[in-house]
Design a binder for this molecule. Structure first.
Ligand code: TGC
Ligand code: FAD
Length: 389
């Protein structure tokens, strides 16, 4: 009897529109042919060729794909989610590249930028010719970005930015950084070309997670930008947090991809590996683990699709994105770790994707709001009390 693909357990494919499914298949093909063969090497090297990959991702419309106009594909939010799922079935670092470009840097400009900023950056970013990064986190302010110390002060018509950002995806390969800074008018966003004097982005090395992704510090040492560099349409923390909603939504789907890839690899392995004279897959203990993982994977996918539908209807609220991010990343990391254990020693190498996914998901659990931050957002929605301070 042939094994059932984990996603088919729930017959979830039938719930997805034909058009969205076509997009998903195209991304799956790209990941299988162009990305998966190189992942072990990129991961080992702690490097990913962002400059080469970005135009390929752009040519498929994957950069800023759910945005309208300015060279963006304008797909449904669900299609964007399914693309994130397939990219993260490759590696969380590849999905990060796409999340940061489309949902953070491009979205910030698309939603809060001036017409000039949009015309200047969005078409090139959609094509993958210009790379963007998003600087919110600081060394001392991660979960609490409202405390940020980076400051932008007026000097005549210009703004001068000073401060440090930390853990910034694509920082050292970016052409443009969307930087959030305190001003006399509250937090504001700035579109900073990375060649501006005073801007530097040292890469962070020795990561044990998200190795197929570039992570950097941003140093802003009196970076002078013209008046037209400020995002004119937003003031306050709502600016960056609105971008996080978009990226967190992508992660709700993406985490399912990492879990699916782990489970598929493990089911294959368990069928081929004989232990005490019969396949590992034939033992009740193994089957109980696989069944529980298949169940959690299907539930996570149903939740992702539900949130996708709400987003496409225009009714999705941030608290619901927190439900999805908390559940799906938490379950995905449990699945990847359990898969690693089922594979025994073979699970610890880059011959199989499971420990790579589990290690990546450590970052995913932390970035875009830690699990604790999302628990507290949900706690606040349930009780009306903010437990953040
Ligand atoms: P709080 O007082 O609750 O709110 C301040 C203002 O923001 C508004 N707001 C939102 N607006 C849009 N979307 C949301 N989700 C929003 N949440 C809050 C709120 O209405 C208020 O507006 P106004 O007009 O009244 O001023 O803010 P707080 O300081 O208490 O903080 C709340 C908290 C802790 C939930 C927030 O700070 C938070 O989410 N912290 C986590 C930070 C985080 O997620 N950072 C991610 C950095 S980027 C990243 O990790 C990229 S990883 C690479 C990849 O994606 O692959
Ligand atoms: P902290 O905020 O110091 O949290 C430490 C611990 O305290 C966590 O367990 C947290 O859950 C817990 N905690 C926090 N608040 C509370 C509370 N109220 N109650 C109880 N517990 C609490 N940021 C960007 O701006 N742009 C990027 O492109 C980007 N890319 C990233 C890429 C990677 C690989 C990583 C790892 C991070 C990236 N980040 C980025 C930063 C990320 O968003 C932060 O790491 C995250 O927001 C958490 O901040 P922190 O690491 O400072 O942890």
């Amino acid at each position: 009897k042939t094994a059932v693909a984990p996603l088919d357990l729930f017959a979830i494919d039938q719930l997805v529109d034909e058009e969205d499914r076509d997009i998903q298949r195209t991304v799956q093909e790209l990941v299988t042919q162009r990305i998966k063969p190189h992942l072990a090497q990129w991961y080992e090297a702690g490097h990913v060729p962002v400059r080469e990959l970005a135009p390929e991702l752009g040519s498929l419309g994957l950069l800023g794909m759910h945005l309208e106009g300015y060279g963006c594909a304008g797909t449904s939010a669900t299609a964007y989610g399914l693309a994130c799922l397939e990219l993260e079935a490759g590696d969380s670092g590849i999905r990060s590249l796409v999340s940061v470009q489309g949902s953070l840097a491009m979205f910030a400009i698309w939603r809060w930028g001036s017409e000039e900023q949009k015309q200047e950056w969005l078409p090139r970013m959609a094509a993958g010719e210009a790379i963007g990064c998003f600087g919110l986190t600081e060394p001392d302010f991660g979960s609490n970005p409202g405390g940020m110390r980076t400051r932008a002060v007026r000097d005549g018509d210009d703004w001068v930015l000073t401060g440090n950002k930390m853990w910034i995806t694509n920082g050292s390969v970016a052409d443009v950084a969307v930087v959030w800074a305190q001003t006399d008018e509250g937090v504001r966003g700035f579109v900073v070309p990375t060649g501006t004097p005073g801007f530097s982005a040292p890469e962070i090395h020795r990561k044990l997670s998200l190795r197929a992704s570039i992570t950097s510090e941003l140093v802003l040492d009196g970076v002078r930008v013209p008046a037209g560099a400020v995002l004119p349409e937003v003031r306050g923390l709502k600016g960056p947090l609105s971008c996080l909603n978009e990226a967190r939504f992508g992660i709700v789907f993406g985490a399912v991809g990492a879990a699916r890839d782990s489970l598929e690899a493990t089911i294959r392995y368990a069928q081929e590996r004989d232990i005490f004279d019969k396949p590992l897959a034939a033992y009740q203990l193994t089957q109980a683990k696989l069944a529980d993982m298949g169940l959690e994977l299907g539930k996570a996918m149903l939740l992702a699709l539900h949130l996708g539908r709400l987003k496409d209807e225009g009714t999705l609220v941030p608290d619901q994105i927190s439900l999805g991010k908390l559940n799906n990343v938490r379950e995905a990391i449990k699945i990847a770790r359990e898969c690693r254990a089922i594979m025994g020693a073979a699970g610890i190498t880059l011959e199989h994707p499971v420990l790579r996914h589990a290690n990546n998901l450590e970052s995913v659990l932390t970035y875009e709001g830690t699990s604790e931050v999302h628990q507290l957002i949900i706690g606040q929605a349930l009780t009306g009390h903010s437990a953040f301070r």
